[in-house]
Design a protein around this ligand. Structure first.
Ligand code: NDP
Length: 238
């Protein structure tokens, strides 16, 4: 039987959906868990701190509070994300920059802030929540797919820059997971997605959460710069 070292974990966007399930999973395993979001609360047993990942000062204030209450962040899950789907010809500059600034810029801000403590401790686990569409592509998601593909380059650069300091950086790339984000898609689009997934079903947030917990755990210390799909086979080969 393996033992698990209790860690201080931060999950951004942990008030609902995949982030909420990830926070629950770490709590179940006995870790100290903080959650950030703009609104709402994380699961019972977590410390919720309001923060907007597009604002460095807000991120810094959240980290300062988490460090004071739970200690330096050892496991960072950059999960907060948005979509503004529309075809390229209708996509405004704002649709593009909002999505990139939240999904990619937000990850950059929290990673940078967390790295200070991780480098000092010579330990860290960074998990970036990307998407199958980051490498597979998706019509109507030029902004979103670009932001999610950017996370792969980020994780791999972090791996090269920080790997010798006991820090790993990995990407988890979910496929179609049932949350508010996907509930918002028209029924026809959902049916179309379903027909292309080898597993012939959508996944629950828990199925992503378990993989995130594992790659951040003691057993996965030699995995870094990896892109781990949780997509029922949708993106294989990409
Ligand atoms: P939801 O739409 O259910 O939740 C999004 C989360 O991100 C919320 O907690 C939200 O907080 C937070 N968030 C958004 N913008 C900001 C911001 N500026 N600052 C702080 N927090 C913010 O999404 P999911 O749970 O479905 O998705 C979670 C992640 O997984 C996202 O990165 C998404 O791209 C990715 N993903 C999801 C898939 C799916 O099928 N659902 C598939 C592949 C990837 P608040 O409520 O306060 O706005």
């Amino acid at each position: 039987m393996t033992t698990t070292t209790p860690r201080t974990v931060l999950v951004t966007g942990g008030n609902r959906g995949i982030g909420y399930a990830i926070a629950e999973e770490f709590i179940r395993e006995g870790h100290r868990v903080a959650v950030t979001a703009r609104s709402g609360e994380g699961p019972a047993g977590s410390l919720t701190v309001a923060a907007d990942v597009t604002d460095s000062a807000s991120v810094d204030a959240a980290f300062t509070r988490i460090e004071a209450e739970l200690g330096p962040v050892e496991v960072l899950v950059a999960n907060a994300g948005i979509t503004r789907d529309t075809l390229l010809m209708r996509m405004s500059d704002e649709d593009f920059t909002d999505v990139v600034d939240t999904n990619l810029g937000g990850a950059f801000r929290v990673v940078k802030r967390a790295a200070t403590g991780m480098i000092r401790k010579r330990f860290g686990r960074i998990v970036l929540i990307s998407s199958v569409v980051g490498l597979y592509g998706s019509p109507g998601q030029v902004n979103y797919a670009a932001s999610k593909a950017g996370l792969v380059g980020m994780a791999r650069s972090l791996t090269r820059e920080l790997g010798a300091r006991g820090i790993t950086a990995n990407v988890v790339a979910p496929g179609f997971i049932q949350t508010d984000m996907t509930d918002a898609l028209p029924e026809d689009t959902q049916k179309q997605y379903l027909s292309t997934i080898p597993a012939a079903r959508f996944a629950t947030p828990d199925e992503v959460a378990r993989v995130v917990r594992w790659v951040a755990g003691d057993e996965a210390g030699y995995i870094s710069g990896a892109v781990i799909p949780v997509d029922g086979g949708l993106g294989m080969g990409h």
